[in-house]
Design a binder for this molecule. Structure first.
Ligand SMILES: [Zn+2]
Length: 279
């Protein structure tokens, strides 16, 4: 059995501030240890449930956050920046996997929740799939679903837990902190959350057949409201994007992976105009 583990940072135990998300700062050096602990907890639970291999895709910012030399045998790390990827947080996800775990995820752009955003807080105001506003949980679930793979676990704050529950019927969730403001939360301690995550991951992987893969209607339409019209100006130069509003671009593709590959490239293109967001 192979398990795909997509890891982000905003929903990690203890993380509450943009400095903790920013590579090569002292705060980040601390937070990446917490991220490593949450990831190892989930991977250990998956291995206990019978996984032969867990592939951890580091999916935050520079995507080299998890401390590689702490990962146990059986856990493969997919590391390296977005410039070398076409699928962002789900790089390498295909039908060879049996289920997906989301660790440290966060709620979507435009909603409350710890440092909520979708893909790039300095570019994306709202992200819609077939007309419905979605976040990274639903993006990953849609790509996994295209390959027939269910998403069985999500960890983050209480808002992420609610979003994941509304996205995937039967998903197992763990709230590692209670968000009280954009950069404020009551954080459970690491010994508590890692035990919760390990147990939940084992239960979720064992019960994976009870969770249905997400099915997305095709052709797939993605619309992105950018934060500024200049970002949309820049994206518009990238085909096959259609400009449908002052700040809105549209992508239509035959299937889910192609749609998100084009959307991620569009967001990377707009990053030239990005503003600060994680404040
Ligand atoms: Zn992130």
């Amino acid at each position: 059995m192979r398990v795909f583990l997509s890891a982000d940072m905003e929903g990690i135990t203890g993380v509450v501030h943009g400095q903790e998300l920013t590579q090569n700062t002292p705060s980040w050096a601390e937070a990446r240890r917490w991220m490593t602990a949450d990831v190892i907890a989930a991977a250990t639970g998956a291995l206990a449930a019978g996984a032969d291999e867990v592939v951890v895709v580091d999916g935050h910012a520079g995507m080299r956050n998890v401390l590689f030399d702490e990962l146990p045998a059986g856990v493969v790390a997919h590391r390296g920046p977005a410039a070398g990827r076409v699928m962002c947080q789900v790089e390498g996800l295909d039908d060879s996997f049996d289920c997906v775990l989301l660790v440290g995820y966060h709620s979507m752009a435009g909603t409350v929740g710890m440092l909520s955003h979708t893909w790039h807080g300095g570019v994306v105001g709202e992200f819609r799939l077939n007309g419905l506003p979605i976040g990274e949980t639903a993006i990953t679930a849609a790509v996994a679903g295209h390959h027939g793979v269910p998403v069985v676990l999500a960890t983050g704050d209480q808002y992420l837990v609610a979003e994941a529950g509304a996205t995937v019927d039967g998903i197992t969730t763990v709230a590692v902190k209670e968000t009280t403001g954009r950069q404020n939360a009551r954080c459970l301690p690491l010994p508590t959350t890692t035990a919760m995550i390990r147990d939940a991951a084992e239960r979720a992987v064992r019960g994976r057949s009870a969770v249905a893969p997400i099915v997305t209607a095709v052709p797939v339409t993605i619309e992105i409201d950018t934060l500024s019209h200049r970002q949309a100006d820049r994206i518009e130069r990238f085909r096959p994007v259609e400009r449908v509003g002052v700040r809105t671009i549209r992508i239509v593709a035959a299937d889910v992976p192609t749609a998100f590959e084009h959307a991620w490239l569009a967001v990377e293109v707009a990053d030239f105009e990005a503003g600060a967001w994680n404040q």
